[in-house]
Design a protein around this ligand. Structure first.
Ligand SMILES: Nc1ncnc2c1ncn2[C@@H]1O[C@H](COP(=O)(O)OP(=O)(O)O)[C@@H](O)[C@H]1O
Ligand SMILES: [Mg+2]
Length: 316
């Protein structure tokens, strides 16, 4: 089946200005390097990695909110990489996003009913009264009462604001939802409620979610597959259980070791790899350790070590 979203060899290079004496020049910063990801239909793909590893830039490129330097974005099998604004509009409907700080995206002057109905309005879906009715239905669906339709964003708690942001993102029935750290600003109990809400809605709607997070315990409970990013590259990509029980890349292992463990007797010895160690940490694998043949190369490449399990490694 055609994947909901496919990213092929996506790269983003930012030109950062630097002053060199009296001359103004720039250096290229490679935020995302050759990232390929597939988000199947009706599935949740986790994108994890430390801050600055390129997760948000990847998610924003998938939505065409940041222009890629090279590579391709396919939505429902259609290449949208170079579509102009008009051609892109129907695809914008299919892709929505929820951020960590969605509050800043909610217009403080609008009622919650207006905020949730706005995407219908923008895309000209339904009459004004149908739009209002659907917005109130969605407020109910995300666990708020219809009466919230007349309230304003400042009256809400952090968790309630995220519920409104989710209602607004889903009212157009998108195929793909990019959720960028949607629970990072929330308390543990509220976080669990929002995760359960996303899980329920995903199952009900058959939604495909790219779930960006550095919170590995949330990722474990929510996702079907996980891609691990380090320094702009995907270093490991596997089904969620394989990531948590059979991680092969040292960077993935160091991330897992950093998960706080409540019972100290269960605490693992931490690896304490430095950035430099990690940068040079691609495992060396020989052909016998691979699930599929690869060409021997001194440069790291993504190779298949088990069905569906890719690791960046140097093949000898
Ligand atoms: N608009 C921008 N201009 C310059 N550099 C940027 C810009 N956006 C992101 N970056 C840089 O790209 C890298 C990846 O950032 P980001 O995608 O936000 O990572 P993450 O979401 O994993 O924390 C970082 O080094 C960041 O500083
Ligand atoms: Mg980010």
């Amino acid at each position: 089946m055609t994947p909901a979203l496919e990213l092929r060899n996506l790269t983003k290079t930012f030109a950062l200005p630097v002053r060199n004496g009296w001359r103004s020049t720039h250096v290229n910063h490679h935020a995302v390097r050759d990232v390929s990801l597939t988000l199947p239909r009706n599935a949740i793909l986790g994108l994890v990695g430390e801050s600055g590893s390129g997760k948000t830039t990847t998610g924003m490129m998938a939505m065409r909110l940041v222009e890629p330097s090279s590579g391709q974005i396919l939505v429902d099998g259609t290449d949208i990489t170079t579509m102009d604004h008009t051609a892109l509009k129907p695809f914008r409907r299919k892709m929505q996003v929820v951020f960590q700080d969605s509050y800043s995206a909610l217009d403080p002057m609008l009622t919650l009913g207006q905020i949730v109905a706005e995407p219908l309005h923008i895309h000209g879906v339904g009459t004004p009264s149908e739009q209002t009715d659907q917005a109130l239905n969605w407020l109910q669906r995300v666990g708020l009462d219809r009466s919230y339709g007349n309230r304003y964003p400042h009256e809400l708690s952090g968790g309630q604001r995220q519920r409104v942001a989710i209602a607004r993102a889903l009212i157009l029935r998108p195929t793909v939802l990019v959720a960028d750290e949607p629970t990072s600003a929330l308390d543990v109990s509220v976080k669990a409620q929002i995760i359960n809400l996303l899980l329920d809605l995903q199952a009900e709607m058959g939604l495909s979610i790219l779930f960006i997070s550095h919170d590995l315990s949330v990722v474990r409970s929510l996702t079907d597959k996980v891609a691990v990013m380090f320094n702009g590259r995907v270093v490991e990509h596997a089904p969620t259980e394989a990531i948590f029980t059979d991680a092969r890349h040292p960077y993935t292992r160091s991330l897992l070791d950093a998960i706080p463990v409540l019972n100290p007797r269960l605490r693992r010895t931490r690896t304490f790899l430095s950035r430099a160690d990690l940068a040079a940490s691609s495992p060396r694998l020989n052909q016998g350790e691979l699930a599929a043949p690869a060409t021997a190369s001194p440069d790291p490449q993504l190779v298949s070590v088990a069905p569906d399990h890719l690791v960046e490694a140097i093949v000898t």
